[in-house]
Write a protein that binds this ligand. Structure first.
Ligand code: NAD
Length: 503
């Protein structure tokens, strides 16, 4: 461990605020294993200060015009665009993913800012005229107030941007609790929002652990909670925040399957499997972690995947020649390795064992190589758990029906993909598979910003997917106004105790 160089503070009421709780956590450069940064952990009082700042700001932001709100978002979009590289560098330094991947994350977050810039269209209400004599009815959507976001380590810029651009465009104010493992990108976003002219208190960041999260879940002034992270914590967030009367969307973990039919283009399928399984070192909720090979294609497909996987260059994320970086922590690396070490005893054939991989000159980095397991039984621990690392399992089935049944038996239902040249089979798969996002010859079917993102089963708790139309709905509540403007010539209706009827 070398000298610590930086401390990451909270962002409350439009400025950086030093933590006073005395609690801090280490932030590590995954490529070297060195602690480069300390991050302040918020106390209950500090979370309360952020919520109070957001509540104050809501009094005017909630009533501000759509043109004022979107003007800020357009400026933020331009600043985000101009600072892509800088944000990507912050991500790589704390998460470890390669720079091009970090740039991709910023680009996908920017898509949601694009959507938020057009919130005027999303928030258009509905009007019915003359539903009864001289009576009109309008439906409008209004903001909720203070809303909170709690986000995971694996997309420190994109996942917060799945939430706050839409939330603030709808007129809410926001308190973000980002991952304590890579907190710097969220502060950069806060600075850019301030530079774009966002009024103080509309966007706040509190860093920390369970103490900060639990306070947000119980705070009486927090109206809604958006969460993205692992399934056990998502379930806890959903249960706790719901019990406290809040609107909740809690996106959890995943085990994403790719079904490869015998007629598929096997080179395209192997390219896709390697990209989707090992990109970002498998630390993506939409990573493919299980390939289901149908019929006789298994042997050839595994050979093609192995051939490609062996050529992937592993190294520090800021080296342009690296294709895959390190894992987030040494403890996580060791846990991922344990699944590979236990695979043979569980009945898997270990085709590639990436454990023990080293990178010259980076002895302390959280390195692991690519692992490939074949003939994986559904009882194997490597199949049952979300590993969240560069380990791809291949399962063998005889028929399409057997493959779909296997996928549908998984407790997770985030994303899935089918590789085939048969349009009829692909169409059946779209309808029969139990997952929230489906790719047809597309291995990572992350929806574009104007469609919503979300899984089924243990991959999402709550009724709303995130961003797209669901995002606007989540961050607003409906109101229906029934209006009568009598004409001066009308005779008074008089008292009528009957239930009002339209005529
Ligand atoms: P995590 O669940 O450990 O942490 C997520 C957030 O919850 C962090 O801000 C963390 O500080 C907080 N947290 C952790 N433990 C807590 C506790 N006991 N009480 C209250 N708060 C707690 O997840 P992670 O390791 O940061 O991220 C990886 C996970 O996120 C994977 O499971 C991945 O699949 C999932 N993920 C899902 C999606 C999706 O869209 N479904 C997207 C990205 C990541």
């Amino acid at each position: 461990m070398t000298g610590t160089t930086k401390t990451v503070h909270h962002w409350i009421g439009g400025k950086s605020v030093e933590g006073t709780s005395g609690n801090q956590g280490p932030v590590t450069d995954p490529a070297t294993g060195e602690v480069t940064t300390r991050v302040a952990f918020a106390s209950v009082d500090e979370v309360d200060a952020a919520v109070a700042a957001a509540k104050d700001a809501y009094a005017s932001w909630g009533l501000s015009s759509l043109s004022k709100r979107t003007a800020v978002l357009f400026k933020f979009r331009a600043l985000l665009d101009a600072h892509r590289d800088e944000i990507a560098e912050l991500i790589t330094a704390e998460h470890g993913k390669v720079h091009s991947d970090a740039l991709g994350e910023v680009a996908r977050g920017l898509e949601i800012v694009d959507l938020a810039c057009g919130i005027t269209v999303q928030l258009k209400g509905e009007l019915s005229t003359e539903v009864a004599s001289r009576v009109d009815v309008s439906s409008i959507r209004q903001p909720l107030g203070v809303v909170a976001g709690i986000t995971p380590f694996n997309f420190p810029a994109m996942v917060p941007m799945w939430m706050f651009p839409i939330a603030i465009a709808c007129g809410n104010t926001f308190v973000l609790k980002p991952s304590e493992k890579d907190p710097s990108a969220s502060l950069k976003l806060a600075e850019l929002l301030a530079e774009a002219g966002l009024p103080d208190g509309v966007f706040n960041v509190v860093h920390g652990d369970k103490v900060a999260v639990d306070r947000l879940l119980e705070h009486p002034d927090v109206a809604a909670v958006s969460f993205v992270g692992s399934t056990p914590i998502a379930r806890y967030i959903h249960t706790t925040a719901s019990a406290n009367g809040k609107r909740v969307q809690a996106l959890g973990g995943a085990k994403n399957h790719m079904l490869v039919l015998p007629d598929a283009d096997l080179d395209a399928a192997a390219d896709a499997a390697v990209s989707a399984a090992y990109g970002s070192a498998g630390e993506r909720c939409m990573a493919i972690s299980a390939v289901v090979a149908v019929g006789a294609v298994g042997d050839e497909l595994v050979a093609k995947i192995k051939d490609r996987a062996e050529k992937i260059k592993i190294g520090p994320g800021n080296d342009p020649s690296s294709e895959m970086g390190p894992l987030i922590t040494a403890a996580h690396r060791d846990k991922v390795a344990s699944y590979v070490h236990g695979a043979a005893a569980d009945g898997c054939e270990v085709v590639l064992d990436g454990t023990g991989h080293t990178v010259e000159g980076f002895d302390g980095g959280h390195w692991i190589g690519l692992s490939l397991l074949d003939h994986v039984p559904t009882s194997a621990q490597a199949y049952r758990d979300e590993i969240f690392g560069p380990v791809l399992s291949v399962l063998r089935v005889d028929t399409y029906e057997e493959g779909v049944a296997l996928i549908n038996a998984s407790p997770f239902g985030n994303g899935t993909a089918i590789f085939t040249r048969d349009g009829g089979a692909a169409r059946r798969f779209q309808l029969e598979v139990e997952a929230g996002m489906v790719g047809v010859n597309v291995p990572i079917p992350v929806p574009v910003g104007y469609h919503s993102f979300g899984g089924w089963k243990d991959s999402l708790f709550g009724d709303h997917h995130i961003y797209g139309n669901d995002g606007t709905h989540f961050y607003t509540r409906g109101k229906v106004v029934t209006t009568r403007w009598p004409d001066p010539s009308d005779t008074p209706a008089g008292v009528d105790l009957g239930f009002p009827r339209n005529h």
